[in-house]
Design a protein around this ligand. Structure first.
Ligand code: ADP
Ligand code: ZN
Length: 744
């Protein structure tokens, strides 16, 4: 029975449970409260839940219900976002209450009000003494003044655009600019939409015009795969299309990979549009993140640029989603809510009936496949906007190279020659090796002892600069040993090279040349990366050696030679995606070269010059599309994704026996229902490739099926068995991972 003083609501809680709980809230409420947060008492603790529906079960005795307190009078979770999360919860087999926990900014998760607090911003003072303006010598201060001349800007945004707070403070002291409270200056982004462009855009070339026209003509939901070589002007297309969407008063989400493309990407948008741009990424404080979230909901900003979780920002009138570098694996979350932001974004676009652009120079095989099947509209950009040409690829057959000191360090004599010649001409060289550290591992030459991580089934990597042995899985480390702990001999042998060692070697060989090492050890924040990139752009440094951080987004017009130091480990990987990711990386790295007037070339070192894949890479057809179509043929032959759908059923525990017993029990439960799902192929339970990780033992079962719906029905069934029978004990973790992109 409901009385007038209470409304009964179904609440999703942040617990591993696939069901809602009924609470009563004071007052009479309508659908407006769907998605509202409530504070609840759940199983004895204070918690935040989310209202999923009004409860119409008349048989419930209201007096017996616990009362929840409404936090949001009116829900800020838009209906379309709500539906997206519901879909995500179902598809990825993760409880809705826990999906909300991933989707909400931390402060909202903790019950903070959905409101701005103070936001410090800067404004150009009125009637500034012209003399004071003239006296400004600092270029940076001048730039700040120019920016503020176009409107007030929050301090955070200036920081993101690379300005230091010292320069701002200096200008405040000089009485030229002043601190203000930004939140008071509230306007929606479409209030000023007539004056949208800050700069004059370049005139699109024919391919761009065609792309812009096609996307602008989309009526409602449509997926566009913009497949354009690096530098072909994809971002320019986004900007043009976004302009049209904003003019209609609609908002746009642009998702970028985790290694945020540094300030340049944001800067492109700031430079183009006379309208606030909200950004969400890992470098923000919780408060800043929430402000950006509110900016989008309140339509103060019309553009959101952000990483994976920004997909869950509520938007009233969503007109377009852009997924830049759609092939990037950082769009996949691999813990808790294991969604793929690209795939879920497609669903969100569908719910909003708006277009979505997937852009990449190296689209994922999945997206190619969907394009071939007519699900996506593929748009090719075949030429570089600036007119530069694509580099050619050649091989160094390592078998024919002398066994020099260099080759043990990853640099063959022939490659060293080439590096010498290019640098002597004043050109730059980019060397790519996707392995950081000095040596891959350490072994005792006397007794064969290998140094393993005590917490993981993983070899420890030698980091000489840090003087430590480091586990790349759990990041635990220990001081670099000098004797073997088993036989006590000082006979330790380092094996395999990483970027640190290559750097050391080059440094000795080319003492007069500045070399930049760019990997996760040398780059721990955006500023360090910016500093190094600056030295490279200015020509101060001529050689760079780096991991995949180098492959993404940056332009090096003076690079004429790209060296791929090790490709062989990918050739023999047991991950069927290794060749796809390697091709993407090589294509991306190669795309960094020869972007200026000089032609670039790429050299790959290999011991296996007769390998089929290597020959694909260097064939005259060596464009990415051709290789991708060849790789797809292999996938088809082997019935691998995208020709089938996969899901992992995962279990782990700190107690190996418990994890193993649990997965064996699942195996039995599955055997009982398997006959109902004859088309689903299910493996036995087995250890993960790395069974022990961070002191937990991991096991899995792999299920695959050509039919996505059938696979989902099977997983639903299994999940219900697990949850309904409360099979999970406190010390075992259970998860289902749909459409995995990493193998376990
Ligand atoms: P992508 O995103 O495909 O790497 P961008 O959009 O960043 O390509 O374009 C590469 C470079 O070419 C940028 O400096 C951009 O300003 C410039 N550019 C793009 N389109 C044009 C055009 N139509 N005319 C002139 N320059 C262009
Ligand atoms: Zn470890």
């Amino acid at each position: 029975m409901t009385s007038l003083s209470y409304t009964l609501v179904n609440v999703a809680v942040n617990r591993p449970m696939f069901r809602d709980f009924v609470y009563k809230i004071a007052g009479v409420h309508t659908d407006e409260c769907l998605g509202s947060r409530v504070s609840i008492n759940f199983a004895g603790s204070n918690d935040i839940g989310v209202i999923t529906s009004l409860c119409s079960d008349a048989s419930i005795d209201e007096k017996k219900l616990k009362e929840a307190t409404l936090i949001d009078e009116k829900s800020f979770i838009t209906a379309e976002l709500f539906q997206t999360l519901q879909f995500g919860s179902n598809y990825y087999q993760y409880p809705l209450g826990q999906c909300f926990n991933v989707a909400l900014p931390k402060l909202l998760r903790e019950g903070r009000a959905f409101n701005y607090e103070s936001i410090p911003a800067l404004r150009l003072k009125e009637n500034v003494n012209p003399l004071a303006l003239k006296r400004i010598k600092s270029q940076e201060q001048q730039q700040i003044i120019n920016i503020l001349a176009q409107g007030n800007v929050r301090r955070k945004e200036l920081r993101e655009r690379g300005f230091s707070s010292q320069q701002e403070t200096a200008l405040i002291k000089k009485g030229i600019i002043e601190l203000i409270e930004y939140k008071a200056q509230y306007q929606t982004f479409y209030d000023n939409i007539s004056d949208l462009l800050k700069e004059k855009p370049p005139i699109p070339n024919l391919e761009q015009q065609n792309a812009i026209h096609m996307i602008n003509s989309a009526k409602g939901f449509k997926v566009f795969l913009v497949n354009g070589v690096t530098g072909s002007g994809k971002t320019e297309i986004y900007l043009r299309v976004i302009e049209e969407i904003l003019k209609k008063g609609k908002s746009v989400i642009v998702l970028v990979p985790e290694i945020a493309l540094t300030p340049q990407t944001f800067e492109r948008f700031y430079r183009r549009f006379n309208t606030p741009v909200a950004t969400i990424h890992s470098a923000l404080s919780d408060r800043e993140r929430l402000d950006a979230y509110i900016d989008m909901y309140k339509e103060r900003a019309g553009i959101l640029i952000g990483t994976r979780t920004s997909l869950f920002t509520p938007i009233k009138n969503l007109g377009l989603i852009v997924i830049d570098e759609e092939h990037d694996s950082s769009f996949k979350q691999t813990e808790t809510f294991r969604y793929h932001a690209r795939n879920l974004a497609i669903m969100r676009a569908k719910i909003n009936n708006c277009p979505i652009i997937l852009g990449s120079a190296t689209p994922s095989l999945e997206s190619f496949y969907n394009a071939y099947n007519g699900l996506y509209t593929k748009i090719d950009l075949t030429t570089r906007a600036g007119g530069a040409t694509m580099p050619g690829i050649s091989l160094i057959d390592l078998k024919n190279e002398p066994l020099t000191e260099g080759i043990k360090t990853g640099i063959s004599a022939s490659l060293e020659n080439e590096i010498g010649e290019e640098t002597a001409k004043g050109n730059q060289v980019l060397l790519f090796l996707n392995r950081r550290g000095f040596s891959h591992h350490l072994v005792c030459h006397k007794c064969g002892y290998v140094f393993m991580c005590p917490h993981c089934d993983n070899l420890l990597t030698v980091h000489k600069n840090a003087n430590r042995l480091l586990c790349h899985v759990c990041e635990n480390s220990m001081p670099l040993p000098h004797v073997c702990p088993q036989c006590h001999e000082a006979s330790l042998l380092e094996q395999g090279f990483g970027t640190e060692q290559v750097y050391e070697y080059l440094h000795i060989r080319y003492p007069d040349i500045n070399i930049e090492r760019i990997d996760r050890d040398t780059i721990t924040n955006k500023n360090q990366l910016e500093q190094r990139l600056k030295r490279i752009r200015s020509g101060e440094s001529q050689i760079m050696i780096g991991t995949q951080i180098l492959a993404k987004g940056h332009d090096f017009p003076n690079v004429t030679l790209v060296g791929i130091l090790d490709i062989d480990s990918a050739l023999f990987s047991d991950d069927f995606r290794a060749l796809e990711t390697t091709t993407q990386l090589i294509t991306q790295v190669s795309g960094r070269a020869g972007r200026g007037q000089k032609k670039g070339r790429v050299i790959i070192q290999t011991h296996h010059n007769d390998n089929f894949f290597i020959n694909l890479l260097i064939s005259p057809h060596n464009n990415y599309d051709f290789i991708a179509s060849e790789l797809l043929k292999t996938r088809k032959k082997l019935s691998l994704p995208p020709y089938t759908n996969q899901a992992f059923i995962l279990s782990n525990s700190a107690d190996r026996n418990k994890a193993f017993a649990f997965i064996k029990m699942l195996e039995q439960k599955i055997a009982l229902i398997a006959p109902n799902y004859a088309n689903v192929h299910i493996t036995n339970a087995m250890s993960d490739k790395m069974e022990k990780q961070q002191n937990r033992y991991h096991f899995h079962i792999l299920a695959s099926c050509e039919n996505r719906v059938t696979l989902n029905q099977f997983l639903n069934h299994l999940r219900q068995i697990v949850y309904n029978n409360k099979l999970i004990s406190a010390d075992v973790r259970f998860a289902i991972e749909i459409d995995p992109i990493f193998m376990y």
